[in-house]
Design a protein around this ligand. Structure first.
Ligand code: IPE
Ligand code: IPE
Ligand code: MG
Length: 241
């Protein structure tokens, strides 16, 4: 158990799991070994979320832009994702973990899509902690889809344009019950959003760490939690939260 407790409310932590390729390269390995190692980290991060009573965690696993990578790397990444579910899903499920997927699974190969959908189905009753896996996910893509879905309802007559509020708009996102992100962690030293959850990131605290994702373990996560806990969240006002 850690020597530290969060004093701030943290409902949703999001991870841009970056640096897998560089981690592997530094060891003289092919890039995909980094993705394999990356998937092995998820259980420990899940455990740490439980330890700190964080109800939601989102993981950027594959972006709409990652199709620009070599097919071989993409295939390996999907293999490791399937392996992760096979290996770790029973553990997650037994501890009250729920899996959600955000992103367009339509373009994901059938085997991976099936494993993902089964994980969602098998854990749908759980509420202790939700792992939202973002796969073929793009922040702009999600917003455009939401806008189209709302426009369709206006066209059908079940909604009026004037009904639209920020809160209502969020109901058209991939998983409406995922709350706003309190803390975004990006590993590997890059300091950008790379089209991650744009709508949910509006008032998130951003923490960038130089640690590569395959080296990101409980201690590194707790370090980020400490940083988050020391921030002053004001939401445009003058009082700290
Ligand atoms: C993040 O690691 C995982 C994905 C984008 C799928 P990278 O593969 O981007 O690793 P680097 O950034 O090249 O080191
Ligand atoms: C973001 O990482 C996407 C994921 C972690 C899945 P990238 O490595 O693809 O992002 P850029 O290209 O460095 O911005
Ligand atoms: Mg990268």
């Amino acid at each position: 158990m850690g020597d530290f407790e969060l004093s701030k409310k943290l409902d949703h932590v999001a991870f841009i799991m970056d640096g897998n390729g560089r981690w592997a390269k530094a060891r003289g390995l092919a890039r995909y070994f980094g993705h394999r190692e990356a998937c092995l980290r998820l259980r420990e991060i899940f455990d740490t979320c439980l330890e700190f009573h964080i109800p939601f965690a989102s993981y950027f696993a594959f972006s709409t832009e990652n199709w620009n990578r070599p097919e071989d790397e993409i295939d390996h990444l999907m293999d490791y994702l399937e392996e992760f579910f096979r290996r770790d899903l029973p553990y997650i499920k037994d501890r009250g973990g729920r899996i959600l997927i955000s992103g367009d699974l339509g373009r994901i190969r059938e085997k991976t899509r099936k494993v993902c959908m089964e994980a969602v189905e098998m854990t749908k009753g759980n509420r202790v902690h939700t792992m939202n896996i973002c796969l073929n996910y793009g922040g702009r893509d999600e917003i455009v889809r939401a806008a189209k879905a709302f426009a369709e309802e206006v066209k059908e007559g079940s909604k009026e344009t004037s009904d639209l509020t920020e809160r209502l708009f969020a109901r058209y996102l991939y998983n409406p019950d995922v709350p706003d992100i309190d803390l975004l962690i990006r590993t590997s030293g890059e300091e950008r959003i790379s089209n991650f959850m744009l709508y949910r990131l509006a008032y998130s605290e951003l923490v960038f760490t130089k640690t590569m994702w395959p080296d990101f373990r409980r201690d590194a996560f707790i370090e980020c939690l400490r940083e988050f806990d020391s921030r002053h969240r004001r939401y445009g006002g003058l009082k700290d939260e």
